[in-house]
Each structure stands twice: as C-alpha cells, then as structure tokens.
Design a protein around this ligand. Sequence first.
Ligand SMILES: [Zn+2]
Length: 250
Amino acid sequence: MSTTPQALYRDEGIVLRTQKLGEADRIVTVLTRRTGKVRAVAKGVRRTKSKFGARLEPFTHVDLQLYTGRSLDTVTQAETLGAYGKDIVGDYGRYTAGTAVLETAERLTDEEKEPALRLHLLVVGALRALATDAHDPSLVLDAFLVRAMSLSGWEPALSECARCGRPGPHRAFSVPAGGAVCADCRPAGSSTPDEESVELMRALLSGDWSVADASGPAARREASGLVAAHLQWHLERGLRSLPLVERTRP
Ligand SMILES: [Zn+2]
C-alpha cells in the first residue's frame, strides 16, 4: 500500500455509464455537480452482496464519496438521491430518450473534471421529467439537446438571422449557417421548415411547456430532425475544442 495521503472528496452526480473491470469491479462515469465528469472505480460492485451495486447504475442520481487516484478515482461510499432508472428503463420511449440524454452529456464533457454544473442540472431535470412522465419523452429529449447545445455555445438561431442578425421570423433554415436565415443570407441547401416546428424549438429552448405540449406530431418530427442535425453537425466539427461557456467553478 502506498503511504501517500489520498485526497477524499464528496460530490453528487448522475451515473452516465458503467463498464466492467476485472472479475468484480466496475468503472463508473458520473457527471457530478461540482467536479464535472469523473471516472471512478467501484470495487466489488458486481458481487451479489455489494452495498453499492444498484446505486451505481445508469440514470441514478447518487451522493458519492471518492478518493483521488493517479488515473482513476475510487468510490468509497454511494447513497441514492434519485433512482430514476426504475421508471425509465421499462418504457421504450423513455429509455431511448434517457439513453440519448446520458450519451450526449458524456460527449459534451470532453474533459474530465471540467466543472459543468449547468449541464449536470439539465441532465437531472431531463431524467426527472422522463421518470415522472411529465411530457412526451421525445420533447424532453429535444428540450435537453437544444439547451445543452446552448450551454456549449451552439444555440441555434430561431428568430433572428443566424448570419446577419436581422430580426425574424425567417422562412429558411440552414444547419451549417447556424439556424434560421434571412432571404439575403440564405445559403444553397437551406430547408424551409414549417413555422410551427421552429416555434416548437423556441418553446423547448425557453422551457415554454404549454406550447411544447400542445404541438402536433408533424411539428415534433420536424423539430426533432432539425435539433438532431444541428447537434450532429456541431459534435462532428467542434468536439475537440468544445467552447464550453461555463468555465468557472460554482
Ligand atoms: Zn441575414
């Protein structure tokens, strides 16, 4: 055993992912409130008598005590704050939306231990909404994605022109240009989504759930496609130099 003092710390977070390690251990990836994304070893969790096992599953909000290691930290205590998994995994729509929330949160936190309080809060809010069936799971997912992009500096322009800033609404929409574009700026290949779809995206971004819940299936489908295309475009181009807006410790 090393005699070097090991720094203990406490944080709460959402378990994003778990991977097997050896016979009985797991590596858990947690998006914490204060420390950002942490990868830590949870020893013995795959034994049936483990005291942590169920608390360190994806979708669980946990309070953790860890000690700092050279490459990976180690979980020494875990208490459940919110067991969202049991209400998410049994329903296909909630599960696929929830899985996309966790995967996107992991992809948006490129660096470990880079504080990401607002993203953590968005993930908690999305999982809680899915677990309580507060809204259609696809709306919860799209609201999460559009707000997470906004935190990352990629908020789509939904009223003013993405290029020149002229006040809208504008008919044309271009993912590479950054969202809605005016008639003068409109690049080749722009689409012309229905106004209701763009209004739905605005409602999801601002949290106007009365508008979002009242939207029709065609607008939901179209808005979903635009949100996914916008996210994909930025993830493919920007991930290595992710311009996270939030750099200061809370
Ligand atoms: Zn313009």
